[in-house]
Design a protein around this ligand. Structure first.
Ligand code: SAH
Length: 276
């Protein structure tokens, strides 16, 4: 099914056929992925959407990361970390006032980000198809972290978040077990927070049942930011470093991954097919 672009007039959508015959001009809501947290890595489309909006909404940390791009005439709505539902509701209300809204979300907004929640809320409120929407991809943290150590994701991979705030821990355990049995490169998000300190060790113990303890692992904190830190280690040690935090991504190689100097390299398979 195609988006009905012709219904959208300069980022607004005039709905005059609601059952109560009221007419509302909805402003467009754009979900913008801001990448790893350094404006150098924003896409051109993200920059344009931010420039064009009249209201910008986001977690304070993400808004601070792009503060130098914002103008005085733009309304900035800062929110705390766990206020995601309120953020979406604020965006919907502003859209109903005809404002052109941007919601920023770190990395890509569609990966553990704000896009899905906004769509779920719009679906509940029967507003899908009424409010014009746009989704602008951002560089996901696992891509930034991978670039910091070379080419660790050259074959099939999976991302597993250790946050059990919205996903039950038993499911996370199951995914770690299956992923390690299937020889994926495994990327771990949300390895630790102020409240969740033991999950990484628990995850490591599950992985060690199926993966050799000497398997290369990269720990990347604040990837692509000026304060980036990197450790290349092995699976058995991933829970021993103080740089592991909410801003850290861990990449555990597959059975073909090796380390040379500062680089972590997963074989794509060229060596089996061609003389390298
Ligand atoms: N939407 C984001 C992911 C949000 S989940 C994306 O597309 O990547 C938040 C997790 O992403 C963090 O706990 C951390 O594991 C990872 N992360 C976000 N920014 C990061 C960065 N600059 N460096 C390393 N990891 C990061």
């Amino acid at each position: 099914m195609q988006k009905k672009e012709n219904e959208y007039n300069n980022g607004c959508c005039d709905i005059a056929s609601d059952s109560n015959c009221s007419s509302t001009t909805y402003g467009k809501i754009t979900l913008v992925g801001t990448g790893p947290g350094n404006i150098k890595y924003l896409t051109k489309a993200a920059v344009e959407a931010i420039e064009e909006c009249s209201v910008i909404i986001g977690y304070s940390t993400y808004l601070k990361q792009i503060s130098t791009m914002l103008r005085e005439d733009q309304e900035k709505l800062h929110f705390n970390m766990k206020d995601e539902i309120t953020r979406c509701e604020a965006a919907i209300n502003k859209s109903m006032e005809g404002e052109r809204v941007v919601i920023v979300s770190g990395g890509d907004a569609g990966i553990y980000g704000m896009s899905g929640l906004l769509l779920e809320l719009l679906e509940k409120k029967s507003l899908i198809g009424k409010i014009p929407l746009d989704f602008i991809s951002g560089v996901p943290a696992f891509c930034s972290a991978a670039c910091s150590v070379g080419a660790p994701i050259m074959n099939d991979f999976c991302v597993i978040s250790l946050s059990n705030l919205l996903t039950p821990w038993e499911e996370i355990e199951k995914r770690l077990d299956f992923a390690s049995k299937a020889d994926f490169v495994i990327i771990i998000y949300n390895p630790k927070s102020a409240k969740r300190k033991d999950e990484l060790t628990a995850a490591k113990e599950i992985l060690l049942k199926n993966i050799n303890k000497t398997r290369p692992a990269a720990i990347v904190k604040a990837a692509s930011r000026p304060d980036e830190e990197i450790v290349i280690t092995t699976l058995e040690h991933i829970d021993e470093f103080s740089l592991v935090s909410m801003n850290t991504t861990i990449i555990i190689g597959n059975s073909t991954t090796f380390v040379k100097d500062f680089y972590m390299i997963t074989r794509r398979g060229y060596g089996n097919k061609y003389q390298l």
